[in-house]
Design a protein around this ligand. Structure first.
Ligand SMILES: NC(=O)c1ccc[n+]([C@@H]2O[C@H](COP(=O)([O-])OP(=O)(O)OC[C@H]3O[C@@H](n4cnc5c(N)ncnc54)[C@H](O)[C@@H]3O)[C@@H](O)[C@H]2O)c1
Length: 277
């Protein structure tokens, strides 16, 4: 316990207070669990690393069974081994409809149904428009946009039959305001918002909610791969003064998948430390 006495209302006092309260808050941010997802079966694409991995851990802590869909077999298997009773790892390339169909069947064989789909898998292949190749364009469209379509196409019939379901699609702040060197990525992340709103309209009558989450700059391998000066710039542009943690996004997915969010559909939840303001 830290106790500092300052008799005035100085900046030092405010700084120490804010630092301490942030520390206490951050310590607790990822550990709360209230069984909010008990009896739910979730598919989390890109679940082997980064935001996806934090989400698998959070969903398990909240009582869900989770199918980890990812191309990364080593990381996926190791996460499955950490939670053998609550998870299954399935190697799947979400850009390939056949692979997604097979993974859907395997998930049903293991858990019997699917209640929540988190379309979290995503990649970047950055270059300015002058240098961007068709290959870079097509790879990003294939995974970030067609991948979402493939998973919704395969899993929504199960949700329609159940007359309930939650679909959460991962967009990005870049989908809201664009970003230098990311024509392909920004197009997919804006596209995901359009898809989510349209799906919310189409699937609402079946008791299915569809929402998008737009993360800001989150400390995962995707961001750590960037030059340090870019990371410093991201932090300085974020009013909260830091990168987000994967758990910040996992918490938003959890809320949207929970009963508490049953009347929220067609929305875009920014989880970005106010960077878009
Ligand atoms: N990190 C950020 O700052 C940030 C910001 C905004 C949005 N996002 C979005 O959040 C999501 C997760 O990002 P992250 O930072 O955790 O990335 P990450 O690179 O750490 O993890 C992505 C995961 O997706 C998997 N994956 C890649 N292609 C796949 C495919 N075809 N099929 C199945 N799995 C595949 C990877 O193997 C990896 O496990 C992405 O959609 C990303 O665009 C991230």
């Amino acid at each position: 316990m830290l106790f500092i006495f300052c008799s005035d209302n100085s900046w030092l006092t405010k700084f120490l207070f804010l630092t301490y309260s942030n520390f206490e808050f951050c310590k607790n941010r990822s550990v709360q669990s209230m069984n909010r997802l008990e009896n739910s079966v979730a598919v989390i694409t890109g679940g082997a690393a980064g935001i996806g991995k934090a989400s698998v851990e959070k969903f398990v802590a909240e009582g869900a069974k989770v199918a980890i869909w990812d191309v990364n077999e080593t990381a996926g298997k190791s996460l499955e081994n950490a939670y053998p009773d609550q998870t299954i790892f399935i190697k799947v390339d979400t850009s390939d409809p056949e692979s997604v169909e097979n993974a859907t069947k395997k998930t049903l064989d293991k858990f019997g149904t699917i209640d929540v789909l988190i379309n979290n898998a995503g990649i970047t292949r950055d270059a300015t428009i002058k240098k961007m190749t068709y290959e870079q364009w097509n790879q990003v469209i294939g995974i970030n946009l067609t991948g979402v379509f493939n998973c919704v196409k395969a899993i929504s019939p199960i949700m329609i039959a159940n007359q309930r379901g939650r679909i959460i699609n991962t967009s990005s702040v870049v989908g809201l305001y664009g970003n230098f060197g990311q024509t392909n990525y920004a197009a997919t992340k804006s596209g995901v918002i359009g898809m989510s709103k349209t799906l919310a309209k189409e699937l609402g009558k079946y008791g299915i909610t569809v929402n998008a989450v737009a993360p800001g700059f989150i400390a995962t391998d995707m961001v750590r791969a960037m030059p340090q000066k870019v990371i410093d710039m991201m932090e300085s542009k974020t009013p909260l003064g830091r990168l987000g943690e994967p758990a910040d996004i996992a918490n938003a997915y959890t809320f949207l998948a929970s009963q508490e969010a049953s009347f929220i559909s067609g929305s875009v939840l920014s989880v970005d430390g106010a960077v878009t303001l």
